[in-house]
Every structure is written in structure tokens, then in C-alpha cells.
Design a binder for this molecule. Structure first.
Ligand SMILES: [Zn+2]
Length: 89
């Protein structure tokens, strides 16, 4: 019987050695600084990212205390002084 040697097997040296990988730089957590501060006189505001060019689906934000940061575009909505007390009318 002839020798049934498989000569098409992949060479064992075909695997690349990844022993020179660059060190992974630690990712810095994003700092949420307000891009814009908007004074409003209503506790409920809508934001769609609008003018800045970024834009995002319109969301409604409710200012619970005295300011609310839009999670999409990082606009800071600040309740105007004296506003909010006339909520129940
Ligand atoms: Zn927004």
C-alpha cells in the first residue's frame, strides 16, 4: 500500500506570534461638562440637541431640583431663579 501522507496540511509556523503588542493605554472616563447652559423657567423642558449640529431624538427633561443635564448633548438646563414655584396653577 502507498503512503497516504497529507502534504496539504498547514505549516505549524503559520500562526503569528503576538508577543510585541503595544501596551493598552488606560481609557479615561469621559468628563461630562455642560456644553451649554440654558436658563429655563419651566421644570419640564424638551431637548433635541438642536442648534449645535449634533442633534438627538427629542427627550423631555424634568428639572427636579435646580438644574438638569441632558444625557444626550450635555446641555445644562438651569431653572431660573424664582421659577418653578408657580408649577401648580
Ligand atoms: Zn439634549
Amino acid at each position: 500500500m502507498p503512503d497516504a501522507r497529507n502534504l496539504d496540511a498547514p505549516h505549524p509556523d503559520a500562526y503569528p506570534h503576538a508577543n510585541n503588542a503595544p501596551p493598552h493605554a488606560p481609557e479615561q472616563a469621559p468628563v461630562y461638562q455642560p456644553t451649554e447652559t440654558i436658563i429655563v423657567d419651566d421644570r419640564v423642558v424638551s431637548c433635541d440637541g438642536g442648534i449645535g449640529g449634533l442633534g438627538h431624538p427629542r427627550v423631555w427633561l424634568r428639572i427636579v431640583q435646580d438644574s438638569k443635564l441632558c444625557p444626550y448633548c450635555s446641555r445644562l438646563y438651569v431653572l431660573a431663579a424664582g421659577a418653578g414655584d408657580s408649577d401648580a396653577h
